[in-house]
Design a protein around this ligand. Structure first.
Ligand code: PRX
Length: 635
């Protein structure tokens, strides 16, 4: 028997040692026993971080949907695979069984085929959290099309950039979406985006909010009639282990978003194995991850990881505040959720509403509480532990990234003793390293440095779509022979890791990664703006929020600053989405610069964070006088 399910701390240490001493042997054993392969691999791993190139299970053939669906039908056909909870609590939840999921995915896959989608084609999915989203992801995988899900809160410009970057042929969307009491005109956003996407040949539209929408003839079609006519069987395409499964965009500190490419076999093995252990999932448990499938958390831990394990995965369409801030707990009670996985920003927002809203509900089904996306502060950790978990459900603070595909550092609940704000121990097979400023590895405990990973794991992203050079520069150039995460971390006296945050110009707002450069580009589009710099500052709910310093062109006319602020945020909303709006905008006569003209963000960051005690020596700046002006007018 392989070590697929770890049940206590000694076992963790023993399996961890095994996975590090002989990674290939270890992963081969896991892969052998728990997955459906059409052909076994010739070689478990080949890798070279200097190229960089990583290949797992080369030579193997499989289809991930056979692992997610087909192989469960004999034993779990009538078990709920996806439990859909609609935005409106009065609308009935849908229990989509594995049998039903099989039919829906196969029908959808046949529709894609009829529409001319072939293996390797890219399909952009811009859908709200409705069953069609999960089904379409799996339908793409069924026929070997590469899905590129774009979070349906992104603007039309952000959508078109992503569609064009990976040359998507088709877009899947809906007539609109529900978001609490509001509806959003998704199809309108798609229409606008497609004005600049000549490569998109067809748009399939799911009906959700039943509004009148514009259908472009020859391009757009309603999905349901096509599904009604499609066959319930579609042979799964035989995929090579290293064939791309999906592209998912993430923000970089500069430049356009990076289309991270994940491949098939390694991603499947690692997401399944982490899901089983980090959530200690057992047959008949109901598992709920509140993320959107538009992010990696939803890909790995709403769709693939749970379904490969034959789990019941809740998919929630709505928001935590609708119809009131008790909604999450109402859902936990209603569906007797056993594992609950959410983000610190949600926990902080709910904590603000007081414990009464939690106490109204019976949360006794909960066994494991998860946290992901940003560092969880001590207060939020304790609130979660005391009020939601009643000190009975361990909190798994899971650190990972879009690029890592799966959870990298996390406690194993009921095994690893937790410690507030610590993601604790590396997961099986993960070899972290902390690096100092000189590029040397800090080998002791009680050190702080930049977090790298020394050895490949099965679900590492293989490249950036269309730009391998950027992949190499971003992740493999800072430290020789290591994957650099972009995060800082410290290791305590027993070897537990605490992630301290990004060390680059990525800011995490409400758990969403935002690069400052594209937001600055948007701000600079305003005709009155000369220059801008954006930094993060602490926010009690969002974790971090955005602070913009803006200098204006001297146009001779005076402008109302509040109107300008609104206009700037409107441009950001249009070019990226509302998540990137600036909380504070300070107008200033200049930005502090070095003599070579580089904006000194470090100083701006400290001022925005109201931490001006040690700004350092500003006298060498090109324009030291603006520092005082900025400090005097800080918001
Ligand atoms: O800075 C880390 C932070 O989120 C970044 C990755 O963001 P993204 O690719 O959007 O993936 C988020 C979901 C996996 C990381 O570089 N981060 C993620 N999880 C944690 C975290 N920071 C601290 N603690 C975490 N548990």
């Amino acid at each position: 028997m392989s070590n697929y399910h770890i049940k206590h701390l000694e076992e963790y240490y023993q399996v961890y040692r095994k996975s590090v001493r002989n990674p290939e042997g270890f992963w081969e054993e896991i892969a052998e026993e728990h997955f459906l392969w059409r052909k076994k691999w010739d070689k478990v791993l080949s890798w070279d971080f200097s190229k960089p190139e990583v290949k797992w299970f080369e030579g193997a053939q499989l289809n991930i949907t056979e692992n997610c669906i087909d192989r469960h039908l004999a034993t779990r056909g009538e078990k709920t695979a996806i439990l859909f909870e609609p935005n409106n609590p009065d609308e009935a939840a849908q229990h989509i069984t594995y049998n039903e999921l099989y039919k829906r995915v196969n029908k959808f896959a046949n529709v894609l085929k009829v529409q001319g989608i072939n293996k390797g084609d890219r399909v952009c999915i811009y859908l709200p959290m409705i069953p069609e989203l999960a089904v379409s992801v799996l339908a793409c995988a069924r026929i070997g099309a590469i899905h590129s899900v774009v979070f349906a809160g992104f603007s039309s410009t952000a959508l078109s950039t992503r569609i064009n970057d990976s040359d998507c042929k088709m877009v899947l969307t809906s007539d609109g979406s529900y978001r609490g009491a509001k509806t959003i005109d998704l199809k309108g956003i798609v229409d606008e985006a497609l004005e600049s996407c000549p490569g998109v040949k067809s748009v399939l539209v799911a009906k959700r909010i039943n509004t009148e929408i514009n259908m472009v003839s020859g391009r757009d079609a309603w999905l349901q009639p096509l599904l009604d006519n499609a066959s319930e069987h579609c042979d799964a395409e035989l995929m090579n282990a290293e064939d791309p499964l999906f592209i998912l965009y993430t923000s970089g500190s500069t430049g356009k978003p990076k289309g991270m490419v994940h491949t098939t076999a390694g991603y499947m093995v690692y997401t399944a194995y982490t899901f089983k252990n980090v959530f200690q999932y057992r047959e008949n448990d109901v598992y709920w991850c509140t993320a959107d499938i538009g992010w990696i958390t939803g890909h790995s831990y709403i769709v693939y990881g749970p379904l490969v394990n034959g789990a019941t995965s809740v998919m929630f369409e709505g928001v935590p505040s609708y119809p009131d801030f008790g909604r999450f707990w109402d859902i936990v009670q209603k569906h007797k959720v056993n594992q609950f996985y959410t983000a610190p920003t949600a926990i902080r927002a709910l904590a603000k509403q007081g414990a009464e809203l939690v106490e109204k509900y019976d949360l006794s089904s909960l066994k494991v509480l998860g946290s992901v996306g940003e560092p969880i502060n001590e207060e939020a950790w304790h609130w979660y532990n005391d009020n939601v978990g009643k000190r009975n459900s361990p909190i798994v603070d899971t650190w990972w990234q879009t690029e890592t595909g799966g959870i990298m550092i996390s406690p194993i609940p009921y095994s690893t003793p937790t410690k507030p704000t610590y993601a604790t121990l590396p997961f099986i097979g993960i070899q972290p390293a902390l690096m100092d400023e000189n590029g040397d590895e800090l080998k002791d405990n009680q050190v702080e440095g930049r977090l790298c990973i020394k050895y490949p794991w099965p679900s590492i992203a293989r490249t950036i779509w269309g730009n391998h050079q950027r992949y190499k520069e971003t992740y493999f150039s800072a430290y020789e022979n290591k994957y650099f995460t972009g995060d800082g971390a410290l290791r305590d006296e027993v070897g537990y890791y605490r992630i301290t945050g990004r060390v680059d110009d990525v800011i995490i707002v409400s758990g969403h990664n935002l690069g400052t450069a594209p937001i600055e580009d948007a701000v600079n589009e305003h005709p009155a703006v000369a220059e801008s710099a954006i930094v993060g500052f602490p926010h009690d709910v969002k974790g971090s929020a955005l602070y913009g310093y803006v200098t204006l062109k001297d146009t001779g006319e005076s402008r109302d600053q509040n109107n300008l602020r609104k206009e700037i945020n409107q441009i950001i909303t249009e070019s990226i989405g509302p998540i990137a709006k600036l909380d504070k905008i300070q107008f200033t006569s200049g930005l502090p610069k070095t003599r070579s003209g580089k904006i000194m963000r470090r100083i701006l960051r400290k001022i925005a964070q109201k931490d001006t005690a040690n700004l350092g020596d500003t006298s060498t700046l090109l324009n030291p006088e603006v520092v005082q002006e900025i400090m005097d007018n800080v918001l």
